[in-house]
Design a binder for this molecule. Sequence first.
Ligand SMILES: NC(=O)c1ccc[n+]([C@@H]2O[C@H](COP(=O)([O-])OP(=O)(O)OC[C@H]3O[C@@H](n4cnc5c(N)ncnc54)[C@H](O)[C@@H]3O)[C@@H](O)[C@H]2O)c1
Length: 338
Amino acid sequence: MSARLRVGVVGCGLIGRRRAIEAGASPHTECAAVADRVAAAANEAAAVSGAEATDDWRRVVERPDLDAIVVATPNGYLAEIAIAALSAGKHVLVEKPMGRNVAEAERIRAAACAAGRVLKVGFNHRYHPAIAEAWRRVTDGGIGEVINLHCRYGHGGRPGYEREWRGSRALAGGGELIDQGVHVVDLLHWFVGVPHEAFAVLQTAVWPLGDLEDNAFGLFRFPSGAVAALHTSLTVWKNQFGFDVYGHTGAVTVQGLGGSYGVETLNVYRRRLEGGAPERETHAFDGPDESWRLEWEDFVRALDGGEGMLGTADDGVAAMRMVDALYRSAAAGAVVEV
Ligand SMILES: NC(=O)c1ccc[n+]([C@@H]2O[C@H](COP(=O)([O-])OP(=O)(O)OC[C@H]3O[C@@H](n4cnc5c(N)ncnc54)[C@H](O)[C@@H]3O)[C@@H](O)[C@H]2O)c1
């Protein structure tokens, strides 16, 4: 790749600022423009990335000198801004969950196809080292045929959450399931494909979120016979992440994501045919979180014509279909088709 690609970032909160820093730090990209409806947020992102700031996202999306746009606004604006950027001929990295529902995700995918531009969905968990290594072990056949998977993801919420954008159906599209839950749903899809059946139970147990859930329990059944169970929660008080895959000849378990989620640790177990405790291999990844940089590099490789990018438009739509199936199941109180 010769010249540095020029990037614009729309939405300069926690994630947009992080993306702006990655874009500015990469040898292949520069962060040229940032937009946030709150001018102070745009200015702050500009200060850490060297970009020009504006409070109007259209002025970034329409700039002819930009190659790619990151969309990191609340979910309710992701589709409108991503589609406008794609239609203006930009490549786009849109944050998870790719809009508020299946229809928005499909509209984003259609806009990317029509424009012939790269569309990546921000599923940074795929780049966490323990998860990536677990995926390699499972797909290399290291634990035999997958029997079932078990995932937990959550934190303790916070007072006033109901007044944040995540506490609004119009801005978020759902509660904890579409927020953190979409990451575990994406991992399930990555590890074992698209399920055919789903069942879910939602709770609003503690936080005054109206009709949005603070806990979601989901079950999926996959055509292979594999079963997955997930629990995603705003009431676990101590941040937690766990992702376990059990196969006929072994298991992989991931705990932690670094920081407040604890040291990211992978255990690989190999069952002994004679019974007894399995063989165990443990890898602890206690360095800084590199997932954002690795995800950015993957996006940049794809812009340069590289193949095999993770977090494609199809992945985003699949994850949204799985989330949607869980919501439909919870509403119906019944097993539904995905
Ligand atoms: N990949 C991940 O792990 C991950 C983690 C957290 C959030 N996210 C996603 O990133 C997105 C942003 O989340 P966040 O935690 O950074 O939220 P945030 O509230 O910290 O930031 C959102 C920013 O968008 C700005 N904004 C709102 N409407 C806008 C508009 N129309 N135009 C321009 N700017 C606008 C807000 O002023 C705010 O600064 C969401 O889609 C969220 O789901 C992804």
